[in-house]
Design a protein around this ligand. Structure first.
Ligand SMILES: [Zn+2]
Length: 198
């Protein structure tokens, strides 16, 4: 079920972890993950042109991060800060005034959500944001966690369903994540559903 909506003051775009290591060929590549890049570029341009806030989160781990297999975590090494793999996708076009959020920057704690251990909520509120549009990677991990925390922090949430892809470690994880986000009150939006106020 999708909803038509009009972008307005108080809206912001949150781009979740569109980093090289999460693209096909990366150390933790999300299947078809590169397909979100041109779509997110189009959203970012739409928000920028409307004078709205754009935020981008990134996994930004130390080399001995607790989520890595060598430390007993579930994942291969990925998004080690200041390495090529941690960089944003080459084709991603972020506006110059983007709010850049680095997360899981300490060895001992992981953070799937862009709000976890960061000042994202404060920075959004400081510029009057009330509703966030969320896209990026991956649907069943960092996008889901970001949507959960956005709702818990009191933001309205619209999930950009054409700008997310799932890992699906277990088949159906992506669909289950969509179901949970809907239950949390997130609406589902695609590019063609989005109008810009005249
Ligand atoms: Zn990570």
């Amino acid at each position: 079920m999708r909803n038509r909506t009009t972008l307005q003051k108080g809206d912001a775009l949150i781009i979740v972890d569109v980093q090289r290591d999460f693209l096909p060929g990366g150390s933790l590549g999300v299947p078809d993950g590169d397909a979100v890049v041109p779509v997110i570029n189009a959203y970012a341009e739409k928000f920028r042109a409307a004078g709205l806030t754009v935020a981008a989160t990134r996994d930004w781990h130390p080399a001995d991060h607790c989520s890595f297999e060598a430390q007993g975590g579930p994942w291969p090494p990925h998004c080690v800060r200041d390495t090529a793999g941690a960089g944003f996708a080459d084709a991603l076009r972020l506006p110059p005034e983007v709010i850049l959020i680095s997360k899981a920057t300490k060895s001992e704690a992981d953070a799937y959500s862009g709000f976890d251990g960061t000042d994202l909520a404060e920075r959004l509120r400081a510029v009057g944001v009330r509703r966030v549009f969320v896209g990026g990677l991956a649907t069943d991990y960092c996008v889901l966690a970001t949507v959960r925390d956005a709702r818990a922090a009191g933001f309205e949430v619209a999930l950009l369903t054409d700008a997310v892809r799932a890992v699906n470690v277990d088949p159906g994880d992506g669909d289950r994540a969509l179901g949970e986000m809907q239950e949390l009150g997130a609406s589902f939006v695609e590019m063609q559903d989005l109008d810009v106020a005249a």
